[in-house]
Design a protein around this ligand. Structure first.
Ligand code: MAN
Length: 573
């Protein structure tokens, strides 16, 4: 569609005049800009939540409540008896006589709108309109007392209040910035800690696989050592017994022979060296003597040497012989002969002789062995035999050592397994939003209150210590993270939990209270620049509530829920 220049101009002028008319139409007293659209139709007004009811414009703000939702009295307290919009905003239906339909009695408007020029606009409850009190905290321009009831005059204080508020707001913003930064740092730290746990889990899994194999190996070693024990039959003499003495003698004799062999070999090697030296001298002598000197003695000596040299040379010791000798000269242990296995902690000679199953074929021996063990256990359990027999006591050193290696491998494995399940469980724990409390876990904050110093350790415990001295009283151990909705007046310094949903930590099962329950603490948190306990109250006997500020719960939007009222000068972080 193409417009002519004149048509376009005409349309533009219409739109301009319309928008100007809308902009210019004065809003009735007490109406906020977001509700202005309901008050535009000239001459009449339709109740906002009850479109079936239309009133004459003169009925607006005439101090008489015509609309069931109070929307005809935005600037007076005439409808202030109706339920406020929020909170609570649960409608209370009643039957509208005229229409016969259900209507609700909840106010359509949030309150009387104070423009508060120079500060922030705000809604004040209708009950406060023209009540003779200047409510500067919400209505700094004093417009809520427009009727001057009883001569009340509220001057406009928005300029100074606004200035002060902006100054405080700047500080709040700064603090909020610092708190948000701190929260980010905590989240980074929490992530790092989580990663550490995850990595440790991976390491432990590998470690456990290795430890399991080790345990299996050690079990085999114990079995082998036990089998070797059984194979020893008579070779297990007791020190001091006949066989033990024999073992001692054999051990000593073997050592003597080894020492002698070593000495003889070294003497042999020395003699061979001397002989080689002499033979060298004589060879030189024979080559260098002068046969022209007719010295019979020399000639005889040379001949004798030639005869000697012509004879079979004394053969050098064969290398193989030397190797054998090296083997013999090795220590007994290196030769696989562990004397201790035959002496220390062994059964008496008689015991060994009576271990008759050792003389039997292996299959029968194992069967009898099992039966005998069962019988022994039965006799010990029935009190016929005393516990701990020579069979146990006389276990070989090799078995004892293998068993102790197995025990320590098993305990290493079980330590790793319990550490693994501890870490796996930790990953499923509730550490709050972004797992932030991981970063704070174990850290503590304390404050003095009344006769006590109170301490709260994140995800750990709460305690109470008398200032005069004396022992700590446990006020509970950490149970879990939770949430509650609170609705509390915020102190002027903002150090309180305020209004809205708040994260909590429960601490239970503290020290038992005389004539009361086990002590418990509910920690309610709100956003603050640093961790601090604001308030401790003993709500009931031994049931405590701590209000705690921490950047861990600063979610960037500030505690809007706590200071959502427009223009509230109680906005906190
Ligand atoms: C101590 C403190 C108090 C508590 C009483 C109960 O004095 O723990 O908080 O109320 O014991 O006997």
């Amino acid at each position: 569609m193409r417009l002519t220049l004149v048509e376009a101009f005409a349309l533009l002028s219409f739109a301009f005049s319309l928008s100007n008319a809308q902009k210019d139409a004065p809003r009735p007293k007490g109406v906020g800009p977001e509700f202005a659209k309901f008050y535009k139709s000239p001459g009449s007004f339709t109740c906002i939540s009850n479109p079936s009811i239309t009133l004459d414009v003169s009925q607006l703000n005439d101090d008489y409540c015509d609309c069931p939702d109070g929307s005809d009295e935005p600037g007076t307290s005439a409808c202030s008896h109706l339920s406020p919009l929020s909170p609570p905003s649960i409608p209370h239906p009643i039957v509208d006589d005229a229409a016969g339909t259900a209507v609700n009695t909840t106010l359509a408007l949030p309150g009387f709108y104070c423009k508060n020029k120079g500060h922030q606009p705000a809604y004040i409850p209708f009950t406060a309109v023209n009540d003779g009190i200047c409510d500067y905290d919400l209505c700094c321009d004093g417009s809520d007392e427009w009727a001057g009831v009883g001569g009340t005059k509220c001057e406009d204080r928005c300029k100074e209040i606004g200035k002060e508020w902006r100054k405080a707001d700047e500080a709040r913003q700064k603090a909020m910035g610092a708190a948000t930064k701190r929260r980010k740092e905590l989240i980074t730290e929490a992530k790092r800690l989580r990663k550490e746990v995850e990595d440790r889990i991976e390491t432990l899994k590998t470690q456990i696989q290795g430890a399991e194999l080790k345990v299996q190996g050690m079990k085999k070693e114990v079995e082998e050592a036990e089998k070797a024990d059984k194979r020893k039959v008579i070779t297990a003499p007791k020190e001091g017994g006949k066989l033990g003495t024999l073992v001692e003698l054999a051990k000593r004799r073997v050592q003597e022979l080894r020492d002698t062999l070593e000495r003889v070999r070294s003497e042999r090697d020395d003699s061979l060296k001397r002989m080689e030296e002499l033979e060298g001298i004589l060879t030189t002598f024979k080559e260098e003597y002068n046969p022209n000197f007719n010295d019979e003695g020399v000639k005889r000596a040379v001949r004798a040497w030639e005869d000697y040299a012509a004879r079979d040379k004394a053969s050098k010791p064969a290398e193989a012989q030397d190797r054998d000798m090296d083997e013999i000269l090795k220590s007994d242990t290196d030769n696989g002969l562990v004397w201790d296995d035959f002496t220390a902690g062994e059964a008496s000679d008689v015991d060994v002789l009576y271990q008759f199953e050792n003389y039997l074929p292996p299959s029968l021996r194992d069967w009898i062995d099992a039966k005998l063990r069962d019988l022994r256990v039965f006799l010990v359990e029935s009190g016929v035999l005393a516990g701990g027999s020579s069979a146990e006591v006389t276990e070989s050193k090799a078995v004892t050592e293998a068993r102790s290696r197995l025990t320590s491998a098993e305990s290493e494995l079980s330590n790793d397994q319990s550490e693994l399940s501890r870490h796996q469980e930790d990953l499923t724990k509730d550490y709050g939003p972004d797992e932030i409390f991981r970063a704070l876990k174990g850290q503590c904050v304390s404050t003095d209150s009344g006769e006590y110093t109170y301490e709260m350790c994140w995800m750990d415990k709460t305690t109470q210590k008398p200032k005069k001295g004396g022992a700590h009283t446990g006020m509970g151990n950490f149970v879990g993270v939770d949430k509650i909705v609170v609705d509390e007046e915020l102190p002027p310094d903002g150090k309180g939990v305020g209004e809205g949903e708040r994260i909590t930590m429960k601490y239970e099962n503290g020290q038992h209270c005389w004539n009361g329950p086990a002590r418990s603490t509910l920690v309610v948190m709100a956003c603050a620049e640093k961790d601090e306990i604001w308030k401790v109250v003993e709500e009931e006997k031994c049931v405590y509530r701590m209000e705690v500020g921490t950047p861990a719960v600063c979610f960037g939007n500030g505690k809007k829920d706590a200071g959502a009222k427009a223009g509230s000068d109680k906005d906190e972080l």
